[in-house]
Design a protein around this ligand. Structure first.
Ligand code: SF4
Ligand code: SF4
Length: 721
């Protein structure tokens, strides 16, 4: 990974009394070190990638502290890493994106939660829910409930987030239960500051080794008959201990209201992570000030599982009505609160999903709309007009904008980076299908999933990260034409090798697997994998895009070692060669699994490496050649078939100066990285000959200057101004 987190790494070193300014996720990372964490692992994914990325780049400092950091191959291996805290007094933290990562980790989580832990175990999940989400909309809450894991949802304010990390470890140890710390996208990126404490080197660490392994203890295995006792321990000891600790340490926060608390008053119970949103919504009513002080009492649940029935009952007792603000469905918290009140025979009215929307992100507007209904019913004396006016004005503004548009705005889906090596592969697939007919395409998670959008529209299903090959297992036998599974090298190592390749070989599957070997787990931030070219390889070929990833043959060796016999490696940018190879794979008489490795380094990562290198050459006055592509306006026929075959953002349209050309012509704008696809497509698809390739020479030699001057002179003579 060529991105530098040097500033963040320096902030991790801040000591007691110093102030850290930054984002929530950095505060969480620092808080781990302040808590004496001994080991950290995880699998990257928004919005928590930053944690592991920073830790990995802080390797020297981690070694100083004796902290072990591991970039795990998937979330299951990260969750299994927490097994270290079962027998040893080691505090450990792992991280991943949820809910998808928690799904992958679920097996290990169950086996961890059952015996419980001795050292504090914290699972920091990026709860990717809401408008900016990139995964299925489900809640991690369900995992906490089913496995009796603690679930922390800290109020997004940096000192509180830091406190919840430190208390999360202590809580985990107090009840021998692993804890999930859930961070929404906004919590990860909320900015603020907090006063640091010194980092705490762990008592047992890479620098202070254990003399002996723990003694054998069958009771610590998630294996019958121990599991029967462990279930009883969860309900009879661990969860009660957790509830005691939550109350004693004041983990949940009660904000007294400014309004006098009369016996018939109202209150709000909110997930900690939604507290800021709630306060902002109350501000629309003038019912909260800029510092968050609200008109009536709020119980902010920094721990959303387990709830403490007595605390809930105490908060609700004497109130006419309480609103539960809980994002996502189903309404686990609301149901539990309702049950608690019924069991305690309390008559407080409970509202939540009956007044707030059931699913989707709880934005300020959504919460305000629910509050209007709640307060109108139970506190009609409060001033609601301002908020009602605000909501009405928002709706009117939207309607006015919609009315001004002749048609809805076209969708603007994400797409491949300019010059991405994966785009040419799908151009080739488009051409191949024109010859062999349409094929079933099992898509996967990764940058290549952008091919599901225009101009490609490839991908019948996406069943999970690395699952494409497995997901076509039931389709292949039912189709007359071979199915294609597309997978990235990140997905291959995450899961695809075992769930897909191993299974396909064992079952003698007749299918085609296309592996995008770009050298990184590109979609999550170009993290390195086992097949990433090493520094020596990169240093030896800073400007080579085709052969760089070729130098690491781990994927190819693994495939041949497993028994793949039909294996072709094709440079991604060679569209015609890729088309021919795909056609061969779809039509060959050879049975079994056919694997095509499309080889081309991630362009984003390549540019991060090449740009500084070129700048250094220019600074030193050395000759630099950059390739650019262009379209000759006079030749372009305006049929746009090149755009339909490419989708590159720098290959676009412009109005033609030619009065005989009604349609706009193609043009290449600034930003073209000269990947060569335009030329390859023009050749492979026999497009019009309007594309040209130029070499921009900086710091040219004397001979080149002379030649250029002669050429300019000849052109000026032939085309006088
Ligand atoms: S990050 Fe790399 S692999 Fe992903 S779209 Fe951009 S260039 Fe392509
Ligand atoms: S050569 Fe064509 S496809 Fe490649 S970056 Fe330039 S415009 Fe885009």
């Amino acid at each position: 990974m060529e991105v530098s987190f040097g500033k963040e790494v320096r902030q991790l070193r801040l000591g007691g009394g110093e102030t850290l300014h930054g984002e929530g996720i950095l505060a969480i990372t620092k808080a781990l070190l302040q808590s004496g964490v001994a080991y950290v692992g995880g699998y990257q994914g928004a919005p928590v990638s930053h944690l592991l990325d920073v830790m990995v780049q802080a390797a020297d400092y981690m070694a100083e502290l004796g902290v072990h950091v591991e970039a795990c191959s998937n979330e299951a291996s990260a969750a299994a890493m927490l097994g270290a805290s079962i027998h040893y007094p080691l505090r450990g933290a792992v991280t991943w994106k949820s809910v998808v990562g928690t799904n992958v980790a679920a097996d290990a989580l169950s086996n961890l939660a059952s015996p419980g832990v001795m050292g504090g175990a914290l699972i920091i999940v990026g709860e990717d829910y809401g408008e900016g989400a990139s995964v299925i909309q489900e809640r991690s809450h369900a995992f906490a409930m089913k496995s009796s894991l603690l679930l922390l949802d800290p109020r997004p304010q940096l000192p509180n987030m830091v406190r919840m990390v430190e208390q999360g470890f202590a809580l985990s140890e107090a009840c021998n239960t692993p804890a999930i710390l859930q961070l929404r996208v906004r919590a990860c990126h909320v900015r603020g500051s907090f006063e640091c404490r010194d980092n705490v080197p762990p008592a047992v660490s890479r620098k202070a080794l254990l003399a002996e392994p723990a003694r054998f203890d069958y009771e610590k295995l998630a294996h019958p008959p121990a599991t029967f006792r462990q279930e009883k321990l969860k309900t009879e000891q661990r969860l009660p201990a957790a509830r005691r600790y939550i109350v004693e340490q004041g983990l949940n926060e009660i904000f007294a209201g400014r309004r006098s608390v009369a016996s018939d008053d109202v209150g709000i119970i909110v997930q900690g992570g939604l507290h800021n949103t709630l306060v902002r919504a109350l501000q629309q009513f003038d019912l909260a000030d800029a510092f968050g002080a609200a008109e009536f009492p709020i119980l902010a649940l920094n721990v959303t599982y387990p709830l403490v029935p007595e605390q809930i009952a105490d908060f609700c007792r004497g109130k006419r009505a309480v609103l539960v603000v809980e994002e996502g469905q189903p309404e686990y918290i609301e149901q539990e609160i309702a049950t608690t009140l019924r069991r305690q025979d309390l008559g407080t009215a409970i509202h939540g999903k009956d007044l707030l929307q059931m699913a989707g992100e709880y934005t300020v507007e959504v919460v305000a709309a629910g509050l209007v209904k709640f307060l109108a019913r139970h506190a009609a004396d409060l001033p609601l007009a301002a908020a009602q006016d605000w909501l009405t004005a928002n709706a009117a503004r939207r309607q006015a904008v919609a009315a001004q548009l002749a048609a809805p705005l076209p969708p603007r889906p994400p797409q491949f980076c300019t010059g991405c090596p994966e785009r040419p592969v799908f151009s080739a697939l488009k051409l191949a299908q024109a010859n062999v007919g349409p094929v079933h395409v099992a898509a996967d998670i990764g940058c290549h999933s952008f091919a599901t959008f225009e101009p490609f529209g490839f991908g019948h299903t996406i069943l999970g990260y690395g699952m494409s090959l497995a997901s076509r297992a039931g389709v292949s036998p039912m189709l007359g034409r071979r199915a294609l599974a597309v997978m990235g090298d990140g997905g291959f190592w995450h899961n695809g090798l075992l769930t897909g390749v191993e299974s396909a070989l064992f079952n003698k599957t007749d299918a085609v697997l296309l592996i995008m070997k770009n050298g990184y787990t590109a979609a999550t931030g170009t993290q390195e994998i086992i097949s990433t070219p090493d520094e020596e390889q990169k240093a030896g070929a800073p400007d080579k895009r085709l052969s760089l990833v070729d130098r690491n043959q781990t994927i190819e060796r693994t495939l041949t070692g497993l028994g793949v016999t039909w294996l072709r490696t094709v440079p991604s940018y060679e569209v015609d060669a890729m088309r021919r190879t795909l056609e061969e794979a779809f039509t060959t008489d050879a049975g079994g699994l056919k694997v095509i490795v499309a080889e081309g380094e991630c362009q984003l990562e390549r540019q991060r490496r090449v740009k500084p290198w070129l700048a250094s050459l220019l600074k030193a006055g050395q000759r630099v050649v950059r390739v650019k592509y262009g379209v000759d306006d006079d030749v372009c026929s305006g049929d746009h078939s090149c755009i339909r075959l490419s989708g590159c953002p720098t290959l676009t349209l412009k109005d033609s100066d030619d009065p005989l050309k009604v349609d706009p012509v193609a043009t290449v704008i600034e930003g073209c990285v000269g990947c060569g696809l335009c030329g390859e497509n023009a050749h492979a698809a026999t497009l019009c000959p309007s594309f040209y390739r130029v070499e921009v020479v900086q710091n040219p030699g004397f001979g080149e200057r002379l030649l250029a001057a002669v050429r300019r002179g000849v052109i000026d003579w032939m085309q006088p101004a």
